[in-house]
Design a protein around this ligand. Structure first.
Ligand code: FUC
Length: 781
């Protein structure tokens, strides 16, 4: 399929003072690098994803992930007070339902900057300047003409080689001159000069975490010298630079350190690169790896192909006139950028993508650049499955698994749910924010930090891994143990509330506004939704009958949803009561936590028309204006309602009001969840599969009158491709990955496979059922 060339092109240099809006990012999951394309000097901000302060440290022997000993007694008391209507007394105890201390939570760090100066180039005499992030090739380039010579700079971040590679060349001989040095390194970082290599290394003062990096320079022609931590190359034909970095972080509780010799490992990575071959050879290896993921999905709108205009003019045309060309180029580009960013910031073996993916220029980044789990970490992975990148979710599964052990301590201290020899793996929990060092306690303020349902929500993310891939071994070995322990937790946590006549989570706080109540919709609905997934998982695996049956009983008593007098889906069960305290409600609040089972959950659908109607009323009531991630969330929500025009309005809003020139999403400041959520939302407008069947173009707007896509994924193991015109589906091709029965709602009547028409049944709801064979393609026309 012909598509646009997915490139983010600037005709202007970036500004290191405006990192978040003008840099261009590359990454390999473990490491990130951002570039500005200065003609006289390139600044490369370097990241290694495990470089965190906080956690265990000799300076902090008491570090225990924030847990407050015996807090469950206060929790119990708060429950009793809320049940008996003593709100003021209950609220007075809430400070006990926080972490003991915020000391040791830490923050993601920047490794430092690589400074590359180009002596002899004068910015004001440069012509034909261009810097470009090519998403199809996962390659950054910067080129310009100076004094009749074309200079070209390239960089990529290879996952297989675990290295960042850069090359500097020109179209004339002996013209490459550069000086490389590090700056903004951490205090105490040592730099060593080894003729063609600079290595950096040290221990973070806060926690003793060791880090090490190697920068190796290979020149072709010219001279190279290395003095005072500066490598200078003069009159070369071209120069190749490799950089890698590591820390001795490990996700193993409680030390969170490995005993690896990181200096040796780092040097081996570089030696392997140098032995492997040229820049081109390494690029080929990188491209093979990257394209095996990225190329799975294509999207084309309204027949536009070719190179996109430079991003600043594309964005301004999009914003000012919204012409069809600008829309049809920017929207697929934004879609693919989300996929590019996910591949670049989340690969097997790395930590999951954090609030900024893997990119960070600061040692005190917003929200510590942590793992926020009252929407943000979940949203990072919304596009992983439907945009055909399931592998990128492995770090999330691994991370959640690593939180179980510390999360058991939190379960014990705050919920009195105890794992011991008789009852091993008896329940874990985490709250609004977490770090790589097992921080699972509530935050330091109840009013954002308490979120018992956060884990239930995360379980939906990892359950979807199985739903899309049907990888039963992965379910059994990696996903199910986490789900089961979470199910054990909630099954012991819920209490019967006499007044509400239902089983409730209590106390509850709907992120991040409104009053403290019993059994709010956020918690009840997420626990229910998770329970539904758990039941299916345990049935598929034929295991844990007793727990299964207990949960089956509990589900009936959760009663998560109700509709308010004004026709909205209630966020708080008590909201129609006179005593209900409305003073803390923010009418247009960005979190819409009571709609989580419309999206990403699947229990509010067209099969629950009353709840769907109330959800739509709620979305209207909340309004369309919001911060970046919340708009992305609304794209998905509206897509689920089937209203393509409204989903599109939100998407336009996201791109118009919450997107920097480099296409990073802002909250503000930069927060990557909106990119991931927006990309997932575009896919959700094109294909849905949560209602038991595949629906093609469930929510396309008039602005996408014509188009095509390839390779989007649907639940039960299908890859879906389609073409449409005049808003009507003309052809669908479905590849069966697992041989499951295919359920699809479609206007197309002829179905063939291998050139032969296959008979199929259409059930009463207009859904066609086809039995499929693994690897075969089913064509609907
Ligand atoms: C949630 C949001 C904030 C922000 C933070 C990182 O708590 O409510 O808006 O996105 O995460």
């Amino acid at each position: 399929m012909d598509t646009i060339e997915n490139k983010i092109v600037f005709r202007t240099e970036g500004d290191p003072g405006k990192w978040e809006s003008t840099c261009l990012p590359i990454g390999n999951g473990y490491m990130g690098a951002t570039f500005f394309g200065g003609t006289e000097r390139e600044t490369v901000v370097l990241n290694e994803k495990t470089l965190w302060v906080g956690g265990p440290s000799v300076n902090r022997p008491e570090y225990n992930g924030g847990n407050r000993k015996g807090a469950y007694k206060s929790v119990k008391r708060v429950q009793e007070l809320l049940s008996s209507g003593n709100y003021d007394e209950a609220l007075a105890l809430l400070p006990d339902l926080t972490c003991e201390t915020d000391v040791g939570f830490g923050a993601y760090q920047c490794l430092g900057d690589l400074n590359i100066e180009f002596p002899g180039i004068e910015k004001n005499k440069v012509t034909e300047y261009k810097r470009c992030l090519d998403l199809d090739r996962a390659l950054y380039t910067c080129s310009f003409i100076y004094d009749g010579v074309t200079y070209i700079r390239e960089a990529f971040a290879s996952y297989p080689a675990r290295v960042i590679c850069m090359r500097f060349r020109s179209d004339a001989e002996n013209k490459v001159n550069l000086r490389l040095s590090f700056y903004k390194l951490h205090d105490g970082c040592e730099i060593n000069d080894w003729s063609t290599i600079l290595d950096i290394g040290g221990k973070l003062a806060d926690n003793g975490l060791e880090y090490h990096g190697d920068l190796a320079v290979d020149k072709y022609g010219g001279e190279l010298s290395c003095t005072d931590h500066v490598i200078t190359v003069t009159n070369a034909d071209s120069v190749t630079v490799f950089f890698t970095a590591l820390t001795n972080y490990s996700d193993r509780y409680p030390t969170y350190r490995s005993d690896e010799n990181i200096a040796v490992k780092s040097r081996n990575i570089i030696s392997r690169c140098q032995a492997y071959g040229t820049f081109e050879d390494l690029y080929k290896e990188h491209y093979k790896d990257y394209s095996s993921l990225f190329d799975r999905v294509k999207l084309s709108l309204n027949g536009f192909t070719g190179e996109t205009a430079d991003i600043e003019s594309l964005l301004s045309r999009y914003r000012e006139n919204g012409d069809t060309e600008a829309q049809s180029m920017l929207e697929p580009l934004y879609f693919q950028y989300g996929r590019y960013l996910l591949i670049s910031s989340s690969r097997e073996g790395s930590l999951p993508a954090n609030l900024q993916g893997v990119w960070n220029e600061s040692n005190t980044p917003p929200w510590c650049c942590d793992y926020h789990i009252n929407v943000n970490l979940q949203m990072n992975y919304w596009g992983a499955y439907n945009t055909n990148l399931a592998e990128t979710a492995e770090p999330l599964v691994r991370y959640l698994d690593s939180l179980r052990e510390p999360g058991r301590i939190t379960a014990k201290e705050y919920y009195n749910i105890i794992s011991d020899k008789e009852n091993p793996e008896n329940g874990w929990i985490a709250h609004t924010q977490s770090n790589p060092f097992g921080w699972t306690s509530p935050g330091w303020d109840f009013y954002w930090g308490w979120s018992t349902a956060a884990v239930a929500w995360l379980m939906l993310n990892i359950w979807e891994y199985f739903e899309f891939t049907r990888d039963i071994t992965f379910l059994r070995e990696r996903i199910y143990p986490i789900m089961r322990e979470s199910a054990r937790f909630y099954s012991q946590w819920l209490i019967w509330d006499d007044k509400q006549q239902r089983l409730v989570s209590s106390p509850t706080y709907s992120p991040e506004h409104g009053p403290v109540t019993i059994g709010n919709t956020y918690e009840q609905s997420l626990i229910m939704e998770f329970y539904v997934c758990f039941l299916t998982a345990s049935e598929i695996l034929g295991t844990d009958k007793e727990l299964h049956d207990k949960i089956e009983e509990q589900i009936k008593l959760l009663k998560p949803y109700s509709v308010s007098r004004t026709g909205l889906l209630k966020e708080w069960f008590e909201e129609d009561e006179n005593s209900f305290d409305r003073s803390k409600i923010q009418p247009n609040h960005r979190h819409i936590s009571h709609l989580l089972c419309l999206y990403p959950g699947c229990t509010i659908t067209h099969d629950t028309p009353d709840l769907l109607k109330a959800s739509i009323a709620t979305l209207n009531d909340r309004g369309d204006e919001s911060t970046g991630w919340a708009r992305a969330y609304k794209v998905n929500l509206w897509a689920r309602t089937g209203d393509g025009e409204r989903a599109y309005k939100l998407l336009r809003g996201l791109l118009t009001d919450c997107t920097y020139p480099n296409l990073w999403d802002f909250h503000p400041p930069f927060q990557i969840d909106g990119n991931f959520g927006g990309s997932a939302g575009i896919a959700e407008m094109l294909v849905q599969s949560h209602e038991g069947y595949i629906s093609v173009l469930p929510a396309v707007p008039a602005a996408w009158a014509e188009g095509g896509f390839e390779g989007l994924c649907a639940r039960d193991g299908f890859e879906v491709s389609a073409k449409w015109s005049d808003g009507t589906v003309r052809e669908v091709r479905i590849r069966s990955l697992c041989g499951n029965a295919l359920f699809i709602k479609t206007n197309l009547s002829e179905i063939s496979c291998d050139g032969e028409i296959i008979p199929c049944e259409c059930n009463d709801d207009g859904i066609i059922v086809i039995s499929t064979e693994i690897g075969k393609i089913y064509k609907l026309s």
